[in-house]
Write a protein that binds this ligand. Structure first.
Ligand code: ATP
Length: 257
């Protein structure tokens, strides 16, 4: 297996191979569960179909997500094993731009993995990391998946849930929260249910989300409300599916030229 430093930048699948190596490294170091490898594979497949780019519909969702985070009274950010392996530094930068903590929230929870991820985030500069001492639970989920922290996701009005499963997304929505998903699959339960679904690779989406947060933070609240009012998540998902179709058509045409 190639290591991160051995993948030549000229390789046509460079970004995707680097991401694969990061998740594999996450498993080796104990941040990421073995199931995380399967989630990565599924994401890679959708990224391939999308053309490995931030599409127009994803860019609109990123902007709406930034507006929603800035309008929130208590925004929260969830970090799982794949997120930690892929974008720990970028998540720290996003939390810093919003001046909020990061919360470790695992599907396959073990106290050891939670601690490893929290330590990694602190090593990357996070000032406030929640999740090591959960003191409550999200209703409607089984015990380990439900664990949450007061002052974090539990009390939040808006939660960013990158690479999340549909059950937890639904449980957070049932608590009355608005949810921003980052998920390459426009057909996943999470993407279909979320308030704002960013159908993009987390590697591209998080730095752009941080940039939007920085840019929009100087705007009046009425501008942010306007962005949200004009945003339609069903239209975004339909846009993502159309962008996949267009990309595939283009690839076929190129192949037959
Ligand atoms: P659901 O329950 O919402 O239908 P699922 O069962 O497919 O989703 P998981 O297997 O937990 O959920 O996978 C999480 C999601 O994360 C998948 O839809 C996958 O496409 C997506 N994903 C994986 N890697 C990335 C990535 N790097 N960037 C964005 N999304 C990703």
């Amino acid at each position: 297996m190639l290591t991160l430093t051995e993948i030549p930048k000229s390789h046509p699948r460079y970004a995707s191979l680097v991401a694969r190596e990061r998740v594999a490294e996450g498993v080796k170091k104990g941040y990421t569960s073995t199931q995380g490898l399967i989630a990565q594979g599924r994401g890679e497949c959708f990224d391939y179909l999308l053309g490995e780019r931030t599409t127009a519909s994803a860019a609109a969702a990123i902007r709406a997500g930034a507006a929603l985070l800035l309008l929130a009274e208590r925004p929260a950010i969830s970090v799982n094993g794949n997120v930690a392996a892929l974008v720990s530094e970028e998540m720290v930068a996003l939390a810093a731009a919003l001046k909020i903590p990061l919360e470790v929230n695992l599907f396959h929870r073990s106290e050891e993995r939670v601690k490893k991820i929290a330590d990694l985030l602190r090593e990357k500069g996070a000032e406030d990391v929640l999740g090591e001492r959960p003191d409550t639970s999200v209703p409607g989920l089984d015990h380990a998946r439900a664990l949450a922290t007061r002052g974090g996701i539990y009390d939040a009005d808006v939660v960013l849930i990158p690479l999340e499963d549909g059950d937890r997304c639904e449980a957070l929505l049932a608590m009355g929260k608005r949810v921003i998903a980052i998920d390459l699959n426009p057909l996943s339960r999470t993407a279909k249910k979320a308030t704002v679904s960013i159908v993009d690779n987390i590697l591209r989406a998080v730095p752009q989300l941080t940039e939007e947060v920085r840019q929009l933070s100087n705007k009046p609240l009425s501008d942010l409300e306007k962005i949200l009012n004009e945003y339609d998540n069903q239209e975004t998902l339909a846009g993502a599916v159309q962008e996949i179709r267009d990309h595939l058509d283009e690839q076929f045409r190129k192949g037959s030229d």
